[in-house]
Ligand binder design. Structure first.
Ligand code: NAP
Length: 277
């Protein structure tokens, strides 16, 4: 480590935070580019009721960049000086940049959704089944619509699906209508079904998955979710939530440092660490 008095601090905040892989991922990138004397990335457990104090502290300490994870992405909006138009449209901020003590909020989650997909398909004209209507779904629907895909939002609480669909000019349906996904191209799970205590759950019955689908699960866990396992069994192409995490992170890296992120190295670090969670 080459930390000096000139080293700039970036950090991730969340509640909980101890499982975050952002420090390992960003620090590996700094080291790979030989800029680990200029930047260091740490993590801090910040409770949602402490957000105002955190922002005051970040200003006072001239923190360079902040990554935000659950439950902070909405709460932070009211404390920022500026919000990038994309983050405003998505309605959530996962990145703060401090430029001359002006704190500006960005959202890079949508790039974490579209980048891995664009590596294997062209999104224009594709029909996406988006399951979920929470924060991750908001970033996803923004990305899909921007890239010219057609989206149908399926959600447990139909009112939320309707509101999100109307805001972005999409269709919506209830979870009872999931059979409709059979004829769609891409399935994106933006629910928490399949995470931790629900490890053996899936948001979508296996019988609706075909070998023509691309199935992307936003959940990034040390294991493969049941949804992805079943999609593989059906011969579908699959994308692990780790890729979403990686590419939202590589965009943050660029905002923090001004350098293109060494994504291969950052990916290797994530894969290496995920086994230890
Ligand atoms: P959120 O805002 O709380 O939304 C949760 C969504 O899951 C809602 O649509 C909710 O439906 C649905 N849901 C929860 N339990 C359900 C159940 N038992 N049955 C059916 N639907 C259920 O959460 P979020 O921030 O969008 O996160 C969603 C997932 O994305 C999480 O697993 C998170 O870890 C993941 N994520 C991954 C990345 C990444 O980089 N890979 C980034 C962000 C988020 P209702 O509206 O009916 O409550």
């Amino acid at each position: 480590m080459n930390i000096t008095a000139k080293t700039k601090i970036c950090l991730v905040i969340g509640d909980p935070i101890k499982y975050s892989l952002s420090p390992q991922m960003h620090n590996a990138g700094y080291k790979a580019l030989g800029i680990d004397d200029q930047f260091i990335f740490v993590a801090s457990h910040v409770n949602i009721s402490e957000m105002e104090d955190f922002i005051k502290g970040a200003r006072a300490m001239k923190i360079r960049g902040v990554s935000l994870t659950m439950p902070h992405k909405l709460e932070v909006l009211k404390y920022l000086d500026e919000i990038d138009p994309v983050a405003k449209k998505i309605g959530a901020v996962n990145t703060i940049i401090n430029e001359a003590n002006i704190l500006k909020g960005y959202n890079t989650d949508w790039l974490g959704v579209v980048k891995p997909l664009e590596m294997i398909t062209n999104l224009t004209g594709k029909h996406v089944a988006l399951i979920g209507a929470g924060g991750a779904a908001r970033a996803a629907v923004y990305g899909f619509v921007k890239k010219g895909a057609k989206v149908t939002i399926f959600n447990r609480t139909i009112k939320k699906a309707k509101e999100l669909a109307e805001e972005f000019g999409c269709s919506y349906a209830s979870l009872d209508e999931l059979e409709k996904v059979k004829v769609l191209d891409i399935i994106f799970n933006a629910t928490s079904v399949g995470l931790h205590s629900e490890e053996n759950q899936t948001p979508l019955p296996k019988k609706y998955i075909t070998n023509k689908h691309i199935v992307f699960d936003a959940i990034y866990s040390s294991f493969e979710t049941r949804l992805l396992q079943e999609a593989k069994e059906k011969g579908a192409k699959t994308i692990h939530g780790l890729k979403m995490f990686l590419y939202q992170g590589t965009e943050q890296f660029k905002l923090y440092t001004g350098h293109e992120a060494p994504s291969d190295i950052m990916k290797k670090v994530l894969i290496g660490n995920i086994k230890t969670i």
